[in-house]
Design a protein around this ligand. Structure first.
Ligand code: GDP
Length: 296
């Protein structure tokens, strides 16, 4: 389970803190040392941890909470609020265009879960009464087109593809025309992934962006890759400008550092999370619920 070890450690720390009754500044400092270690071990970005601990300490000591009847509870509440803030505070939704079709571009490295998430997102939108169109725009892996077709068929979603050899921009433009004439109000473009961020990948994505002007560019990252996911997000954001992140494989045993760092480091919010290989609807990301889950 994601955050399991972080959650256990924080719970132990706060249990100890509660046992103290009245708290001294030293008690708070000691607890925050443990929180810092727990966050670092969960692979949270070093600078993020530093700022986090500083903010919590300032709030805890500054507010004279040490005089309150249940100071430990107040410290826990501050940690809860600051964890929530770290992950973006409130839920970030996707922008729907007032003039359909809304164009969503899914980008990411190979294996992150992009194609699966495109299908899951399509299913969520369909359940909200939309008529999404999945677009097979990964032209380098013939298997990717097939994979999207299989996903589309199992979810009852149409899949747009063009003849092999058609370039990625032409496919994206073709999909917009198709959607307009077939009354599809959302287009989800499954773009090509690579094993690493490279110039060719970025240039192709920039070309698609420049031609179809997506309303949302969502980066799909694998939570299991930890800080690497944060680096990937930073470079995609610098080059392409991202609107949100889909963080997959939260059902696995990732330590959770990527989920806690990505917004703070890049400014890009997590909008959805992937919770399994099964084609369930994509789950919206709620920072406050995630913080409560971490604190148990
Ligand atoms: P793409 O190369 O980025 O398009 O990745 P795929 O969509 O093909 O997914 C790669 C693998 O990750 C597949 O085996 C998926 O079933 C799996 N996968 C995708 N999302 C999740 C998720 O949220 N949880 C888990 N456990 N597996 C996932």
């Amino acid at each position: 389970m994601i955050f399991e070890s972080l959650s256990d450690r924080l719970q132990q720390t706060f249990k100890k803190l509660r046992g103290h009754g009245k708290l001294t500044e030293d008690d708070v400092n000691e607890a925050m040392r443990e929180v810092r270690m727990a966050l670092l071990e969960a692979d949270v970005n070093f600078k993020v941890v530093k700022n986090f601990v500083k903010t919590v300490k300032e709030r805890a000591i500054g507010q004279d909470i040490l005089q309150t009847l249940t100071p430990a509870q107040v410290v826990i509440k501050i940690v809860d609020e600051e964890l929530t803030a770290l992950m973006g505070g409130t839920q970030s939704r996707i922008h729907m265009s007032s003039q359909p079709p809304t164009i969503i571009m899914m980008v990411g490295l190979q294996g992150a879960g992009k194609t699966t998430s495109a299908g899951k997102l399509g299913l969520s939108l369909k359940q909200q009464g939309k008529r999404p169109l999945l677009v097979a725009d990964d032209i380098y892996r013939p298997a990717a087109v097939k994979q999207l077709e299989v996903i589309g068929a199992s979810l009852g979603l149409p899949v747009f593809k063009m003849a092999p050899g058609t370039d990625a921009v032409a496919i994206a433009r073709g999909a917009v025309d198709y959607a307009q004439s077939h009354l599809n109000d959302v287009i989800i473009i499954d773009t090509a992934g690579r094993l690493q961020v490279d110039e060719r990948l970025m240039n192709e994505l920039k070309d698609i962006k420049g031609n179809v002007h997506p309303h949302e560019i969502l980066l799909v990252v694998d939570a299991m890759t930890g800080q690497e996911a944060v680096n990937v997000a930073q470079s995609f954001h610098n080059q392409l400008g991202l609107d949100g992140v889909v963080m997959t494989k939260l059902d696995g045993d990732a330590r959770g550092g990527a989920a806690l760092s990505i917004k703070a480091v890049t400014g890009v919010p997590i909008k959805f999370v992937g919770m399994g290989e099964k084609l369930d609807p994509l789950e919206p990301f709620h920072p406050d619920r995630m913080a409560s889950r971490i604190l148990g």
